[in-house]
Design a binder for this molecule. Structure first.
Ligand code: LMR
Ligand code: MN
Length: 427
């Protein structure tokens, strides 16, 4: 405990040491308060108190206690004569707790305290860059990272985060690729993260460097950030069966539902094409997945929430899909009409999660329209359902001459438990 003990605390070191061993945090809190009555400026007693409040907040899931612990951590940071190690521990935990409760603005000021006190420690700068990215302060993250890389040009964490901004925010594939690749190569702590492999592979794919992209994906599988070479979703339940294509027969609980979609496809198609003719209802695909062309969607359900306005335009379809709660209640998926115009190519991509399966009901299907999932390419048929797992790499082409319209229905993966379906976070 010597390196966290200030000269002031040295006199009461034995008391502090003993209390730090205490596992009953309520009791320890009382004792730290007592020590603080006699020694209000003891950094270690304050740290002990903050830690007790922090642990109790966790145990009792109390935000009030958490806020109190944050206040005590902050007190330490504004005191004289706090040993470096103690200061760092208090600040890092304080930031951690502030992020947890969503106090990002206050976290940023603590980051800056750390950076000012330890200007040569790159990790504190990187931590701030990550907080900036978390709250989408891209401008601030960018300028801090550029500055950091000037002094530490080989730092893996700074490289991958800067590469991420170039690739994702700027859509600068070439530069993004360079930084992501260089950063990932370091294998430094904090760089082996699916998002960086995902975006490096994607940049390489779009630049036509398919062999290099595959090497990145293989490396990602080896580092356990991907389920397999083709299945590269990042939000997964690991035990679920994963295969690119499914058939209605594989899904006994959904069989009736898919049959009724197929039986009613003409009515569904009518609603879809009517909505398509109405102005402004379909929205451009917004995930930057298009290489070229025109691809729009009309969302009926997203993340388990009904789009009431759009459902008013398509009451029959909405009523029909509402017969399967594993579809409308799929908080990790959507239900939507998808229209694709001639000349469209959708880049190879993977959905975010392996917790859903994606069904396409063919409504208007001209020739020369294709979808590849993993290594097998198929086409739609009007009135027929095509089911695939969109966590596998898939790619779509429309080389025909008329629009293609499908109804996309995501369902929960059939192997999820009732509890998982109730508690998995929305995506
Ligand atoms: C996809 O998820 O990329 C495709 O299913 C979209 C589409 O409309 O074919
Ligand atoms: Mn897709």
């Amino acid at each position: 405990f010597d390196n966290i003990t200030s000269s002031y605390d040295y006199a009461i070191k034995d008391q502090l040491d003993e209390n730090d061993q205490q596992n009953n945090f309520a009791l320890a809190l009382v004792r730290f308060n007592k020590i603080l009555d006699a020694h209000p400026k003891s950094p270690r007693a304050l740290f002990g108190k903050a830690n007790c409040l922090d642990q109790l907040a966790d145990k009792e899931r109390s935000n009030e206690l958490l806020r109190k612990s944050i206040d005590v951590y902050l007190k330490i940071l504004n005191m004289e004569d706090v040993p470096d190690i103690l200061y760092q521990q208090a600040a890092e935990r304080c930031i951690n707790r502030m992020r947890f409760i969503g106090f990002y603005g206050r976290a940023i000021s603590v980051h800056n305290l750390l950076i000012r006190r330890f200007p040569d420690e790159i990790k504190f700068r990187n931590q701030l860059s990550i907080t900036y990215l978390t709250v989408n302060k891209i401008k601030e993250a960018r300028s801090l990272l550029v500055d950091t890389l000037r002094r530490w040009p080989d730092d893996g964490v700074a490289l991958v985060h800067y590469g991420f901004i170039l690739k994702v925010s700027d859509n600068n594939l070439k530069e993004g690729m360079k930084y992501l690749a260089k950063g990932l190569n370091t294998k430094a702590e904090g760089v082996v993260d699916g998002r960086f492999y995902f975006h490096l592979g994607d940049a390489l794919t779009r630049l036509g460097k398919l062999k290099q992209a595959q090497d990145v994906f293989i490396d990602g599988v080896a580092n356990k950030v991907f389920l397999s070479l083709y299945q590269r979703s990042l939000y997964n339940v690991n035990r679920l069966t994963g295969k690119p294509w499914w058939s209605i027969g594989d899904l006994p609980r959904y069989q009736q539902f898919f049959k009724s979609l197929e039986a009613n496809y003409k009515l569904i198609r009518n609603e879809g094409t009517n909505a398509l003719n109405g102005k402004g209802s379909f929205q451009d695909e917004a995930e930057n997945l298009r290489d070229k062309g025109d691809w729009k969607q009309l969302e009926l359900y997203a993340r388990g929430v009904k789009n009431k306005d759009n459902c008013k335009r398509c009451p029959f379809t909405c009523k029909l899909v509402e017969s399967l709660s594993d579809a409308t209640g799929c908080r990790r998926g959507q239900i939507k009409f998808s229209v694709m115009h001639p000349g469209t190519h959708v880049w190879p991509h993977c959905g975010p999660t392996n917790c859903r399966l994606r069904a396409h009901l063919g409504l208007v299907v001209p020739p020369k329209t294709y979808i590849r999932v993993a290594q097998e390419t198929r086409s739609w048929r009007e009135g027929k359902v095509l089911i695939f797992d969109d966590s596998f790499e898939h790619e779509v082409w429309h080389n025909g001459t008329d629009f293609r319209l499908v109804l996309i229905v995501d369902t929960w993966h059939p192997e999820l438990t009732v509890k998982e379906k109730r508690t998995l976070s929305s995506i």
